[in-house]
Design a protein around this ligand. Sequence first.
Ligand SMILES: [Zn+2]
Length: 402
Amino acid sequence: MTERSGMSVPGEGASIRLGDQVFEWAADGRAVRPALVTQVGRSFQVQHPEVPVLLDHGRHLVVDLVAGGVPAPRRPEGADEHADWRIEHLPAGAVVVVDRPSVEAGPADDDTAGLLAGLSPQSFDESMRFLTGLPTRHSWSTGFGEAADWSSDRLAGSGFAVTRHSITVGTGSSANVVGELPGTGTGDRAVVLVTAHLDSVNTPGGPSAPAPGADDNGSGSAGALELGRVLAGRSWRHDLRVILFGGEEQGLHGSRQYVAALAPHERARIRAVLNLDMVGSLNTAAPTVLLEGAPLSAALIDDLARAAATWTGLAVETSLNPFASDHVPFLDGGIPAVLTIEGADSANKNIHSDRDVLATVTTDLAMQILRMDAAALAGWLQPVEAGQKSRAEGSSVPLRTA
Ligand SMILES: [Zn+2]
């Protein structure tokens, strides 16, 4: 996942914007040779303290390579083909990596208000307590199996038909939990996916060390289960599928194998993938969410940003520079996907260790992100009122047909 070849050296001056921070550099003189780093946690800065950071926006950095070549990533223990950071030379011209869109709130309709009122912090916290109460949910552990069993029961209790798919993770195996809720629309139906990774990891401690994984990614898993529970209480035109992946922390194995196994007509039926990874750590004074996708998911990002403006007090950042979570294999496969992640995620220094505990999670931030997610999902799924055909399109996302 690291781009170390075929990079162009900037030949003229340029600027880069990360949120409200701008870095500019001159055309000549080679005083600096800026590059963009995208990192999980502070992984780049921990591995390469010698590389000067010119602009720090947490998940994204501008660094100066004037002192040497491009450093090579070191793989975490037990990982294959997986790096925690990526480095790219910056092209000439203006580059926006993290944007702060100004989006106007839409009309706040009663149907959506009623749906969002069903979201329960108690229900979310109950999932969080169970998941973080396991010693570890490492992909190879019995704890992962217990988490998969418990999540399957929650989904089944909400009305989903649940299956489990075995996956390979390095020298071991793990599983994806898949919950299916068919839509009630007549004619061709699309499918909307809500995804999160269920596994946790303690990188320094190894596979058997304590890994409560509260923010990463108990919060996203509990959030996906809560979205599933609330959405299952209503009738939708399109199918809803909730997937909890294994093997994410070892290199996105669950989502990569899932996407690779999709038949062409199933792939074409996927209208939207909403991935939740770290939605519970309040790292900024103002509650903030980052919506991360690619140009093919720009319409999903627009819908989420509008939902945030209409239904939450969240500040929104957006990025079309996808990295290091389960939305990436979908985007690589040409499927519109977006990550919702807490703002300034790299300020959470507890992830991938025994310090990622329940007490570090702010339920209210997670509930704000779930309100945004649920409102956007309702638009993509399209409500069906009793005795009626589905309502008019509630989304800017075009329906893909096989
Ligand atoms: Zn994660």
